[in-house]
Structures are given as C-alpha cells and as structure tokens.
Ligand binder design. Sequence first.
Ligand SMILES: Cc1cc2nc3c(=O)[nH]c(=O)nc-3n(C[C@H](O)[C@H](O)[C@H](O)COP(=O)(O)OP(=O)(O)OC[C@H]3O[C@@H](n4cnc5c(N)ncnc54)[C@H](O)[C@@H]3O)c2cc1C
Length: 446
Amino acid sequence: MPKFTVAICGGGVGGLACAVALSRYPDIQVDIYEAASQFAEVGAGVGVWPRAWKVVQALGLDRELAQVAVVAPDHRPRLSFNFRKGDQPEGHTFYQLYTPGGLVTIHRPEFQHILLRHLSPSARTHTSKRLASYSQSSQQEPQSRVTLYFEDGSSATCDVLIGADGVKSATRASLVDELAQAARAAGRPNEADSLRRMAQARWSGLSAYRTTITAEALRSRMPGHTLLHEPMAYFGHDRQLTAYPLLHGKIINVAAFKARYDLEGTTMKGPWVTEATKDEIAADFDGWEPEVKAIFQCITKVSRWAVHTTEPLPSFISGRVALIGDSAHASVPFQGAGAGQAIEDAYLLATLLGHPKTTLSTLARALQIYDAVRRPYAQNVAETSRECGMLFTFNYPGLSSRDIQTGQMAEKLRAVAETIQRKWSWAWDSTLDGDLARAVRMLEPS
Ligand SMILES: Cc1cc2nc3c(=O)[nH]c(=O)nc-3n(C[C@H](O)[C@H](O)[C@H](O)COP(=O)(O)OP(=O)(O)OC[C@H]3O[C@@H](n4cnc5c(N)ncnc54)[C@H](O)[C@@H]3O)c2cc1C
C-alpha cells in the first residue's frame, strides 16, 4: 500500500526526471500524464551544467548519458565556449568563456529514452492525456484528493499533483486561478487581477531558429571550422547564434536568435513553432562572417520558435499541487539552464516527498519547503538568463551597439564577456547540496 500517490502532468525532461527521482521510493505510486500520443522530444541538443549534472549522477543516469553525450574530459576545468563577434565579414574572437566543471551536451531524444528506461516498473505512464484543469478541496485534510480533468473528458485523482507541463502549462493556469481566488476572498482584488495575468506565458520578443547539421557537411564546406572542435557563441546587434557538438561530435546543435525587445511581453498571434527556410535565416544574418554562413549552408531543415517566458509567480505551490520546470519559471535560453533548473526542481521535490517524515498529513509542509527553497533560486536564474540575452544581443542598459561597432570595441566586448562570465558563475560555483540539506533540515526541525 503506497503512502500516497503522485500524478505528474507532462512527460518532458522535468516530469520524467521527477518520476525517476520518485522511483527511488517504493512507497510512492507515480502516474505520468502526457498530452502527446507518445513521449517525444524535439530533435535538438541541450546543455547541462555541473549543478544539474550532479543530480543526473545522483540519479544514476550519468554512465548511460556519457555514452551519447559530449562530456568534458574527466569534468576537468576547460575553456568551453569561444565568444566571437560574428556580425561582420571577419569574425573576431574576443573571449574564451572559462567553464569550470565543463558542459555536458546531450541530444534531447537520447536523454528522454534514458529517463524512460530508468522509471520504476511500478510507475504508470498515460499518453494522449492533456490536462484541462484540476480541482482540490480548500481544506487540507489527510484524505483530501486532487482531481485532474483531461481534455478527452476523463478524470483521475491523486494525493499530490506535480505540474511539469511546460511553458503553456494548464496546471499553472489552474494554480494561478486558485491563488487569485484566495487573494480576492482575502479582500485583495488588485493582487487577484495581477495574478490572473500570470496564468499565460508571454512572448519574450525572441525568435529562435533551431536545427542540427552534420559535422561531415560542415567539414566539407569549411574544413577548419572552429565548431568542428569547440562550442561557439557568435554575437551581433539583435542577433545571436550558439552552436555546439552533440553525439560525440557527429552532429552540431544550432540555435540562432533574432531579438525584438520592443515586442517583449506582447501576445503572439499564430503558432509558436513554424517551419522556416535556410534562406530566411541567412537573410536575418546577412553580412555575418563566413563561419556563420557556412553553418547555414549545411541546414536541411529548420524550425522557428517564438520563445515564451512566464512572469515570476508568488508561489510554485497551492495546497497539494506544485509546479516544476518551465510551468513554474520558463526563461529565455541564454544560460542554457531551463532543463537543468527543471531537473533540480524535480530532484529536490522528490527528495522531500520521499523523506520518511513526509506522510499524507505532512504533504502540504513538504510542498511549502520546496517552494521556499527552490523559487528564489529558479527565479534568479530566469532573470540572469534574460540579462545574458540582452548582453548577447548588445541590448544591455548602458551598452551601446554603436560603441561596439566603433573604436571602443575591444574594451566593450571584454566587459560584456566578463559580465556574462560572472552571471554564469552560479552554474559551476555552486551545487544543489546546500539547498537539499536546508530543505531536509526544515522538514526535521530540531
Ligand atoms: C532554443 C532553446 C534552447 C534551449 N537550450 C537549453 C539548454 O541548452 N540547456 C537547458 O537546460 N535548457 C535549454 N532550453 C530550455 C529547456 O528546453 C526547457 O527549459 C525544458 O525543456 C523545460 O522542461 P519541462 O519538462 O519543464 O517542459 P517541456 O520540456 O516543455 O515538457 C513539457 C511536457 O508537458 C507536455 N504537456 C504540455 N501541456 C500538457 C498538458 N496540458 N497535459 C499534459 N501534458 C502536457 C508536453 O507535451 C511536454 O512533453 C532551451 C530552450 C530553447 C527554446
């Protein structure tokens, strides 16, 4: 007989990492509800920094992942990313971003297969189950349950619901509605109105072209291309391109961004993901250096994503419901941190739920601790990701792109790079261990 049941809504990296982390506790029954008809990831890469990689190791996934990932040798400090100013005919490398601990780059579908393989046999997966909303009793009694309502008309119940349903999260919409109702009932109508606005994701003003190319194609176009050996980040005004090798260097992940910060926060009309052509991307990066042009020439298929984010929520939890990953804190991807943050949320929440002190009657407390420990950190990472995006595209306050085009270029670029290095230091100078220990201490007051 399980001590309680957990429903996870969404089988992306966050939801599956959470299910794998909960699989360590045989007394918790896990059900995963995924909207798609099968578990499928976008055929792109994901970079994982040391903080999240340590969680991957704790979950016992690292050996299998190392077979398919590009891992820094022995995880020793190394120079990881070359920063190059790319919006001119002759590229100019202005910085080498030092990434102590290294970056692990993983092909997303392989990552998902490995997570699925590590689910406990008792974890039940349900596909074609798109959550519409949920309800729960406002009285937090041990026997109160959460009811999930799916778009196909069916429903399910659980003791805890974890919303891992990404940036368009239906769980977040229901949770924000609960928080707004509570604010209104407490006589805070203004707070209720601003909460309601947080239910939906907002366009960041960024479009991301996402694709992979083969190293073979790139080698035949430009045998000495830097990307054949090292990750690259190319910078220009309102444009940025990050690329790195995957699958032991056989393929190269490419993410090219176009910024319209004047449109940040607006509502995007039409689909968020559309097909694009290599001519469109080449036109957006017209005048860029030959290395960048060579990348575009190798493209066979490319899609364009309108990158959406969420406003900082005042809570990731409500009663017996918790949000993790992009449903809680979707950010722009300029620190390569969204998936890593989802993995950290998943691991910390699962550790609290699996702890012997957590029972049906203390569930709400475990969720409160999750919120108290994870929310400030994850929201800070989302904010620094936004700042890095502005630096990458030379839109940072006090940073004029004219300065960069003209005489003061070297000095300004170095300042940009050093700021980026500083803003990324969270990724390699800290671990989740301290937060985990603090969370467990809060569960076990002396
Ligand atoms: C261009 C780009 C590059 C990026 N690069 C990196 C990187 O290098 N490193 C990094 O750490 N992060 C990166 N990210 C961010 C990362 O992709 C996300 O933060 C991460 O995928 C979030 O994981 P998640 O599980 O929370 O959500 P998702 O991966 O979006 O998964 C959500 C799941 O929920 C399902 N779902 C949705 N709605 C429902 C519903 N109503 N009911 C049931 N299921 C539902 C979806 O089908 C999906 O399977 C990048 C993002 C972009 C756009």
